[in-house]
Design a protein around this ligand. Structure first.
Ligand SMILES: Cc1cc2nc3c(=O)[nH]c(=O)nc-3n(C[C@H](O)[C@H](O)[C@H](O)COP(=O)(O)O)c2cc1C
Ligand code: SF4
Ligand code: SF4
Length: 269
């Protein structure tokens, strides 16, 4: 019965791994083949994604500042709807998912989906490999598989969650990054620096940027909005890109000091 799709925004790849794992497990449980749609790149967000009553969609996003990434929320609100089932999935980097799962639940519910299950899964933090290193691990992905099988069963049973089952508030304020002294820091205007001694103008970073904000002719030039996703930093094979902004680095130092403990995955089903 039904079609299963994994749909995701995943600049650095963690959300993609989690959602593909879940969709594949749910499809197997329902005796069908999974489909996938990646809306990380700007072009993929120019079209609408509409699903019917026979569809079960796993929708995955990273947590940014305790919420759904603010540049992506309008696309979810306007471009993704359906009359079948959806499973909201957020991935967070060991600090907290705060209100992100509640917000994604609310967006999907408003757009017509019934929701049998929801999850917040830990992934290595895009800002530093020192937090949640190597996660999601094989163990995390096994748990994600078991969750997805149960989500598929709940969908066939017609057993739905409501907003009150999800921790957090959909419209709570964004988390404000702090420095090691506990004071707020602001790196909204920060952009990646490029070491031209290392850069070979391969174009990988420009292709990877989910906002299309890197100049292909001069990869050191940021020509649009930078959401600090780190895709360009992580995907540059020459190690030529980095964030050198002082406020960004002080926030990263705070995270490494205060959020080193392993965070727990949350599966609501
Ligand atoms: C701009 C930005 C803000 C983030 N904010 C949070 C946060 O509030 N809480 C948290 O635990 N992780 C946070 N993270 C970590 C990401 O949620 C995590 O690295 C996730 O795995 C990224 O998904 P991806 O690999 O699919 O890009 C943030 C990462 C970025 C890039
Ligand atoms: S990915 Fe790295 S090496 Fe390639 S153009 Fe970008 S900065 Fe230069
Ligand atoms: S320029 Fe900014 S938005 Fe684009 S890939 Fe790099 S960190 Fe992400």
């Amino acid at each position: 019965m039904g079609r299963v799709t994994g749909l995701y925004f995943s600049p650095c790849g963690n959300v993609e791994r989690i959602v593909r794992t879940m969709a594949a497990a749910a499809a197997e449980r329902l005796g069908t083949e999974p489909k996938f749609a990646d809306f990380t790149r700007p072009m993929a967000r120019k079209k609408d994604y509409r699903f019917g009553t026979e569809d079960l969609v796993f929708v995955g996003l990273p947590v940014y500042a305790g919420r759904v990434p603010n540049k992506i929320a309008p696309f979810i609100a306007a471009g993704l709807s359906g009359s079948g089932g959806a499973v909201p999935v957020v991935c967070f980097g060991n600090r907290s998912f705060d209100n992100a799962l509640a917000e994604l639940f609310s967006l999907l519910h408003q757009n017509g989906f019934a929701i049998p299950a929801a999850a917040a899964v830990v992934g290595q933090h895009a800002f530093t490999a020192a937090l949640a290193t190597g996660r999601p691990t094989a163990e995390d992905l096994n748990a994600a598989r078991a969750f997805a099988v149960r989500a598929a069963e709940k969908w066939t049973e017609g057993a739905w969650l409501s907003q009150g089952d999800i921790p957090g508030q959909p419209d709570a304020p964004y988390y404000r990054p702090l420095g090691p002294d506990g004071e707020p820091v602001d790196f909204l205007r920060a952009t990646p620096a490029v070491d031209y001694g290392l850069c070979n103008h391969c174009g990988t970073c420009a292709s990877a940027c989910p906002m299309g904000s890197i100049d292909r002719d001069d990869p050191g030039k940021t020509v649009g909005v930078c959401i600090k996703c780190q895709a360009c930093v992580v995907k540059c094979r020459r190690g030529a890109r980095s964030f050198t902004d002082r406020a960004f680095l002080s926030h990263r130092a705070m995270l490494e000091r205060d959020y080193a403990r392993p965070a727990e995955n949350v599966f609501i089903v």
